[in-house]
Design a protein. Structure first.
Length: 473
């Protein structure tokens, strides 16, 4: 078995020097700190609401905003245990993917009969998100760049070059010399470029813009208000918080990676920790060496993949590869120096001419992983409470679609999207501990072996595929 490209040696001193002064605060939240809106309504929270949204990330913000757009007279409260966008919505790579199924292969494998519809809905969702950003005047560095996915192994190159150009249009395959002219790296063998399916954004600025727009529309946002539990109460739902008990006609839960408030859904997600680095701004000379004038969102097409993109001020975000399973949510898990060192090594293998550049930020955070690797939906209390989680890392765009689904479910009237099998069918739950941890670690080891061995999946991965719990790019 020959070593994968990213096993190449890099000077330990180069890695340590590049990370020496890096802040452990997410770059996006640090960069947008002065523009963060604050919502302080004092110690008292009014008790009666038409809709209570729990969670101040993208899913909750989109849901609250869209609910008011649909019915301006609705009395809506959004409750956030800490501050808006402090969790995954302020820590991600800033990729806005059109896919609501975590990629075409995953979508076709799980919902072959409706995949064409799901693909269309995903592209429409991205179009509508872009239009909303423009209509609301949200200054969030939104740019429709398309996606550039690179082959870094011979078997990946063979896979791309075997595609029929007529069948994949308007996407296209770039051969080695074409990708080298687009973005300069010695590890690239070929690439897949799709102009339709990806945008990049400053995620914290987008979240803060959505929060301001929601507040301007009449949504009451209560930060530092932790929801402790729910209970049915005479045709309404009692929402117990650490400040008071609210009474709502309907409740929308958007807590994602955190333990579900509805106990029945707690085995449907596990937290994966993801990590990223951000460089200092590149110089003009470095930009000339790099190329990347299209500033496309990029990833390699291994199952363990890196994702990376350029910021508006010419920094490179570099993340992914390691996905670390933890049994619970803890701020201590956000810090993982061994993964940051691994990412830095891979960065300098990919862009060796950037030797000497420094990383200004290194951070991590949890992703809500489901066994179908994209969002699922649930209901409780006779349809008065809805739940969504399980985005598995592609939530910036899919969160808006999920918000629409949940609001349609709360309406009680079937719509085109509530009738989708993807919406109606729950994925398989994870087994309880210790079996979940054993199974996940075995899957991670098997995926690593496959990425090192021409993508060949072993018997365990094939079993997971058969059970509907596998993932393949």
């Amino acid at each position: 078995m020959r070593p994968i490209t990213y096993d190449a040696p890099v000077s330990a001193n180069l890695i340590s020097d590049s990370l020496q002064a890096a802040s452990t605060r997410p770059y996006w939240l640090e960069d947008a700190a002065e523009s963060r809106p604050r919502f302080d309504h004092g110690p008292d929270v009014p008790t009666a609401w038409d809709l209570v949204v729990v969670g101040g990330g993208f899913t909750g913000l989109w849901a609250a905003l869209i609910a008011k757009q649909r019915d301006p007279g609705l009395k809506v409260a959004l409750l956030e245990a800490q501050s808006v966008a402090w969790a995954a919505s302020g820590r991600n790579g800033g990729f806005v993917e059109s896919s609501i199924t975590h990629g075409e292969t995953n979508g076709r494998n799980r919902w072959p009969g409706e995949y064409e519809t799901l693909e269309r809905l995903g592209i429409e969702n991205l179009d509508q998100l872009e239009q909303t950003v423009a209509d609301l005047g949200i200054d969030c560095d939104f740019r429709r760049t398309g996606s550039l996915n690179v082959a870094v192994e011979p078997y990946q190159e063979r896979k791309l070059l075997a595609l029929d150009p007529a069948e994949i249009a308007p996407a296209r395959v770039l051969r080695r010399e074409e990708i080298a002219a687009e973005v300069n790296s010695p590890v690239y063998r070929a690439a897949w470029f799709d102009p339709r399916t990806n945008a990049v954004v400053h995620p914290a600025k987008l979240a803060f813009g959505l929060a301001r727009a929601a507040a301007d529309s009449g949504v009451e946002i209560f930060e530092h208000t932790k929801v402790l539990g729910l209970n049915a109460d005479a045709g309404r739902v009692a929402v117990a918080t650490d400040r008071s008990i609210l009474s709502a006609k309907k409740v929308l839960l958007a807590t994602n990676a955190f333990p579900a408030l509805l106990r029945r859904y707690r085995l449907f997600t596990v937290p994966w920790y993801d990590y990223a680095l951000m460089t200092e701004p590149l110089t003009g000379e470095q930009l000339d060496q790099l190329g990347w004038k299209g500033r496309q969102g990029m990833a390699d097409i291994s199952t363990q993949f890196h994702y990376y993109r350029m910021t508006a001020d010419n920094r490179i975000l570099w993340g992914g590869y390691d996905a670390i399973y933890e049994r619970g949510i803890s701020a201590a898990h956000d810090q993982r120096p061994e993964t940051w060192r691994k990412l830095a090594r891979h960065f300098f293998i990919t862009f060796p001419y950037l030797e000497g550049i420094k990383f200004t930020n290194q951070w991590g955070g949890p992703i809500d992983c489901s066994t179908q690797f994209c969002a699922f939906f649930g209901k409780a209390y006779s349809g008065r409470v809805v739940h969504a989680a399980g985005f598995t890392g592609l939530g910036v765009g899919a969160s808006r679609f999920a918000a629409r689904v949940m609001l349609d479910l709360l309406s009680g009237k079937p719509t085109d999207i509530t009738e989708l099998e993807m919406v109606r069918r729950l994925p398989l739950p994870f087994p309880p501990e210790p079996f979940a941890g054993i199974g996940i670690h075995l899957a991670q080891r098997s995926i690593d072996l496959a990425d090192h061995n021409d993508g060949k999946r072993n018997l365990y991965l094939k079993l997971l595929d058969k059970l509907g719990m596998g993932y393949e790019v």
